[in-house]
Design a protein around this ligand. Structure first.
Ligand code: F3S
Ligand code: F3S
Length: 105
């Protein structure tokens, strides 16, 4: 699956959502998350992110490797809702994201 890493935090450009054919990119308060079981590895989202936050799971830069587990763990209470649009925004971010200091305006 593809993973959304730290550059998305507090940026949330959302261009990736438009590209995903299976609607598996879910929005949290400060970052978006790709559902690892719903992602079909098409790669369409990766080039459109203006801050280059999206990586194939095996290619996540080592300093952001925690985001691989973040994008998995965030869905543990949800299971596989099969559609971000129908599910609506996530109530909370993963602790890794929530702990980040806010981006300076
Ligand atoms: Fe985030 Fe980039 Fe998508 S900033 S919302 S991963 S286009
Ligand atoms: Fe969706 Fe394809 Fe990205 S399934 S999350 S657009 S890799």
């Amino acid at each position: 699956a593809y993973v959304i890493a730290q550059p998305c935090v507090d940026v949330k450009d959302r261009a990736c959502i438009e590209e995903c054919p299976v609607d598996c990119i879910y929005e949290g308060p400060r970052k978006l998350y790709i559902h690892p079981d719903e992602c079909v590895d098409c790669g369409a989202c990766e080039p459109v992110c203006p801050v280059e936050a999206i990586f194939y799971e095996d290619e996540v830069p080592v300093e952001w490797s925690g985001y691989r587990t973040a994008d998995t763990e965030i869905f543990a209470p949800l299971g596989s809702p099969a559609g971000a649009g129908a599910t609506g925004p996530l109530a909370e971010d993963h602790p890794l994201v929530a702990a980040r200091p806010a981006l300076e305006p």
